[in-house]
Design a protein around this ligand. Structure first.
Ligand code: AMP
Length: 110
């Protein structure tokens, strides 16, 4: 069964893409938690942060998260989040980085 994000990456499910390259795709979260809320998702369906991620892919995804933040004009700062596993709040079993910004974010998260 393809993951939800594989179906978005293939175009079967529409999304609002803000960036893509040969390794990953970035699109707006359907339920944004901040004025800017983008998900950076590898094309390869790595299930989670601790599920088959290699250093090159991890580095690439973080570089793209930074690029997306700049592209979205988040000059005053932003947050990068990876939820991992049930207690971490992960709901889609396909690794993704949340890029959140456009307002002052509180800490700690819930
Ligand atoms: P997580 O809870 O960390 O696994 O994040 C999954 C994210 O995917 C949530 O923030 C959802 O709002 C988002 N999401 C679910 N379905 C879609 C969709 N069709 N398009 C864009 N984002 C989605």
């Amino acid at each position: 069964m393809p993951t939800l994000f594989e179906r978005i990456i293939s175009g079967e499910i529409p999304s609002d893409r803000v960036y893509e390259d040969e390794v990953c795709v970035a699109f707006r979260d359907i339920a944004p938690q901040a004025p800017v809320h983008v998900l950076v998702v590898p094309r390869k369906p790595v299930p989670a942060l601790d599920g088959g991620l290699d250093a090159a892919l991890a580095g690439h995804l973080l570089m793209v998260a930074s690029k997306v933040a700049q592209q979205e004009g988040l000059m005053k700062g932003y947050r990068v989040v990876i939820n991992c596993g049930r207690d971490g709040g992960q709901t889609v079993d396909h690794l993704h980085i949340h890029v959140l910004g456009g307002r002052s974010l509180t800490w700690p998260p819930g």
